[in-house]
Write a protein that binds this ligand. Structure first.
Ligand code: ADP
Length: 401
């Protein structure tokens, strides 16, 4: 069976066609700049990438272009679109409704539309991608995998905010958590590598990318996570501030005489690594600048690492211990310096850091704690697309029974 995974953003569509017999990625790629100048498809197949530049008016044209390449007699990997057994869509927000991957139908799509106020930037393009695929790939089953779903098990004491309860009742203001597919995938992989059941472990997963979050997973279930009502809460990110005193936005609004839209822009687009360093949102640029003696750049990295360290400490307390800590995503998989800054001086917790192994574990699996460390620390490359494909296959097969 072949599963097409689609991650549809506001002006982009990422895709992968995966053969579920051997988990081989037959083709993958990215449509970018939809509806604006310079739109293109990057199409990757077995070691070769083609870039096709052409106007792509909307998501439907984007998906049509992807399909036409997948079935192209020369560049394609399948003869006909009917070879696609199912399509798995990534959807950011499913509110409180769904705790796992579900078959997409009108009712589910309506429920996802009802979540738009909770994820105004993410859900609309996700839904546009779903509707465009349904038009083009008629009759092929489609499933939705939600970033919020894995965090459904978080208990009330961790998801209710200490503001008047009526706002939870009225607006469903609560912690939802994101990156769930990635946290779940790396936790399962980590348990496999340890040779243990996920259900018997306490795990902390650090998904550190442009957006970052950290999750406490006890007996296979998410019990707390750093992102909250929106992906703004928690760790220091590329351009997002993460946790701050909630009175700062009000202070700025008053003293800078700016409106809520500007506050939103400052906290989401101008803060984090970018805001502190005044260099870049990409940690590679910030580290380069820090190496050349720039104190503000150095401070940005220290704040980012210190915040991760504090979250690890608090999740160890929340779970009464931890067996395994996992680093993943762009920074987690590649950045030895950040991992070192987080993990050093944690011996009291039972973390013994192996700095040589740390330097070697770049973009690949590695154990970066010493063999006598009570707590194992791993680097595990995430693979959200594969997890979406696996979950899609499961619900489609269930549906067929
Ligand atoms: P997203 O959250 O957009 O999915 P990724 O998980 O791909 O992002 O992470 C992107 C970030 O990872 C970049 O902004 C950069 O800070 C960091 N990153 C990527 N490659 C490296 C690398 N080789 N070394 C250090 N950091 C890296």
């Amino acid at each position: 069976m072949k599963i097409l995974v689609i991650n549809s953003g506001s002006s982009s569509i990422k895709f992968q066609l995966i053969d579920m017999e051997n988990l081989d990625v037959l083709a993958k790629g990215l449509v970018e700049r939809i509806g604006i100048s310079g739109s293109k498809l990057s199409y990757y197949k077995k070691g070769k990438t083609d870039v096709i530049e052409q106007p792509i008016k909307d998501h439907k044209e984007g998906i049509n272009l992807i399909i036409s390449y997948l079935i192209d007699p020369y560049e394609g990997v399948i003869k006909d679109k009917s070879e696609i057994s199912a399509v798995g869509h990534r959807v950011v927000h499913a509110g409180e409704k769904y705790s796992g991957t579900v078959i997409l139908n009108k009712d589910v799509i309506d429920a996802l539309k009802a979540c738009i106020p909770l994820a105004p930037l993410h859900n609309p393009p996700n839904i546009i991608g779903i509707e465009a695929s349904m038009d083009i790939l008629t009759g092929i089953p489609m499933a939705g995998t939600f970033d919020t779903a894995f965090h459904h098990t978080i208990p009330e004491k961790a998801y209710i905010y200490p503001i008047p309860y009526k706002y939870y009742r009225k607006y469903r203001i609560r912690r939802y958590g994101f990156h769930g597919t990635s946290h779940f995938y790396v936790a399962k992989e980590g348990a496999k590598k340890l040779g243990k059941d996920l259900e018997e472990l306490k795990i902390i997963t650090c998904h550190l990318g442009n957006g970052s979050s950290i999750t406490a997973i006890k007996n296979g279930k998410s019990i707390d996570t750093s992102m909250g009502f929106t992906p703004l809460e928690g760790l220091v990110m590329g351009t997002r501030c993460g946790d701050i005193d909630p009175s700062i936005p009000m202070f700025l609004q008053k003293n800078e005489e700016i409106d809520y839209k500007e506050i939103d822009r400052i906290l989401n687009k101008m803060s984090g690594l970018q805001g502190i360093s005044e260099v870049s949102s990409d940690i590679r640029d910030v580290e380069k600048r820090a190496e050349s003696g720039d104190n503000q750049a150095q401070l940005a990295i220290e704040i980012l690492a210190y915040r991760i360290k504090k979250y690890i400490g608090s999740y160890v307390a929340a779970m009464n211990g931890v067996d395994l800590i996992i680093f993943t995503a762009g920074i987690g998989e590649n950045d030895c310096l950040v991992r070192k800054m987080v993990l050093e001086d944690m011996e009291f917790l039972g973390i013994h850091f192996d700095s040589i192994a740390n330097d070697k574990a770049i973009r690949k699996y590695g154990v970066i704690s010493t063999s006598d460390s009570k707590i194992t620390v791993m680097v595990i490359p995430t693979n959200e697309e594969l997890e979406i494909a696996k979950q899609t296959l499961k619900v489609v097969l269930n549906e067929e029974k």
